[in-house]
Design a protein around this ligand. Structure first.
Ligand SMILES: [Zn+2]
Length: 450
């Protein structure tokens, strides 16, 4: 109860700081001014110093925005060190006409605030700050805090930690760049699918040819491509490419109704694939056609199409090797000869997924802490999105347990118009962070632990 009262007493201040931070359009995409990125960096570095972090440093690395690095030494030699991660940059707001209030004017909504980046990831950065304030800058563990400034656009920082492992050495890390399956349901994300892209193209004729004179014998490149794309899934909509790993999902997942609502699936349109949603979304593969080059309907001539191209996005099981997964899709496409026509297949980037080991002391501490925060047992989910830095940090600190939780929720419109965060989620996250470091420290004390 004492912890909860302490956090409740901090909430007004945290809300005010969140509003200040969310009012800064810290967008690190090309074409956006660097001033606000610097401003958000400086504001946060100052807030961390004021919260009692004795050492706050600015890391200027190539090809990325400045990274905030802060450190509090462990209070005793046997206390563990926890690394806290978040990012202070945000997605561009997109079409401002779709926003119900200006994206960089934090605006009250029921139970929370609306603004670009207020959930992703400024809420979690503020949650870290809340934990530090609750302990007066002297938490029962050593702290390393890493707040980067170019997560949304992608940054060279992803590969940096293994080149400076001493700096990132820790016993556990809290990657706070996500949150709960739904508001009020404490959630640990234990898996991230891997991703890759593949381009497939077909050229059949030198130029378009009159469809009346040539159609029927001249091979239509678009038709060839569509036939190839049609082999990627079976009649149920399950991925039909062999060798892509698919396993049962044993954590929790959305209800079908929640998922339909989140995805905005139109009435009368069924979902695709079979098996549990967890399996379809997290522990099985997905192939999406994300781009297609072909004549537009508006400018369509009556001609056989000589050339067509598609870009595919593959998401694969967290533990499948990225080269192998990409190879399976490439081999599948190369083996096809729709109407006898060969395809040109160009493999693109591929990146690994991530699966957390959940059996250690940090997970025990986190399960207890999330229960304390939300008053309910935590559940495990995965996410289709990826956080490339997780792999970089895990390489730098291979012995550390990796925890993914935070103040966002699936309904908070990340990367979409009208992003919002709920105060209840923020408050419960701060309680959980505080309880986590307390429990984790207790586990490391001689004779301590659950
Ligand atoms: Zn984020």
């Amino acid at each position: 109860m004492k912890l909860e009262a302490t956090v409740d007493g901090l909430m007004d201040g945290l809300r005010a700081d969140l509003e200040r931070l969310a009012a800064i359009p810290s967008i690190s995409f090309p074409g956006f001014p660097a001033g606000p990125v610097e401003e958000a960096h400086d504001l946060l570095a100052g807030l961390l110093r004021d919260a009692g972090v004795p050492h706050v440093e600015r890391l200027d690395l190539p090809d990325t925005a400045p990274v905030i690095y802060g450190e509090i030494l462990p209070p005793t030699p046997d206390a563990p060190t926890v690394l806290l991660y978040g990012h202070y940059d945000v997605q561009p707001p997109g079409d401002e006409a779709l926003w119900q209030s200006p994206p960089f004017e934090p605006t009250p909504v029921e139970g929370g605030l609306r603004a670009r980046g207020i959930a992703d990831d400024k809420s979690n950065v503020i949650a870290h700050l809340g934990m530090l304030r609750a302990y007066g800058g002297r938490p029962p563990v050593g702290i390393k805090i890493v707040i980067e400034g170019q997560e949304e656009y992608g940054s060279a920082f992803d590969d940096y930690p293994p080149s400076d492992p001493e700096r990132f050495a820790c016993d556990a890390m809290v990657i706070a760049d996500l949150g709960n399956l739904r508001p009020g349901t404490p959630t640990l994300t234990t898996g991230l699918r891997g991703a890759c892209e593949v381009v497939v193209e077909v050229r059949t004729l030198d130029e378009p040819r009159h469809s009346g004179e040539f159609g029927g014998a001249a091979p239509d490149a678009l038709l060839v491509l569509l036939k190839a794309l049609g082999t990627l899934h079976d009649v149920h909509g399950d991925v039909a490419v062999e060798g892509l790993r698919r396993e049962e999902w044993d954590g929790t997942t959305y209800t079908e109704e929640e998922f339909r609502d989140l995805a905005g699936v139109r009435e009368g349109v069924p979902l695709i694939g079979s098996g549990s949603l967890g399996e379809r979304l997290w522990s099985g593969p997905a192939i999406t056609v994300i781009g297609l080059d072909a004549p537009s309907v508006e400018h369509a001539a009556s001609a056989v199409v000589p050339y067509a191209r598609a870009k595919l996005n593959l998401r694969f099981h967290p533990r499948q090797d990225p080269q192998e997964a990409r190879g399976r899709l490439v081999d599948h496409l190369r083996s096809l000869r729709p109407f006898g026509v060969p395809l040109t297949v160009t493999p693109g980037d591929t990146g690994p997924g991530y699966e957390a080991a959940t059996g250690g002391p940090a997970y025990r501490a986190a399960l207890a802490a999330l229960k304390e925060g939300w008053g309910e047992d935590a559940s495990y989910v995965a996410t289709g999105g990826s956080i490339p830095l997780v792999n970089g940090l895990a390489k730098a600190a291979p012995g550390a347990e990796v925890l993914l939780f935070g103040a966002q929720d699936s309904m908070c419109n990340l990367h979409a118009p009208n992003e919002r965060v709920l105060f209840s989620e923020l408050r419960n996250t701060v309680v959980a962070m505080c309880a986590f470091v307390r429990e984790f420290a207790a586990d490391h004390r001689p004779g301590g632990g659950a």
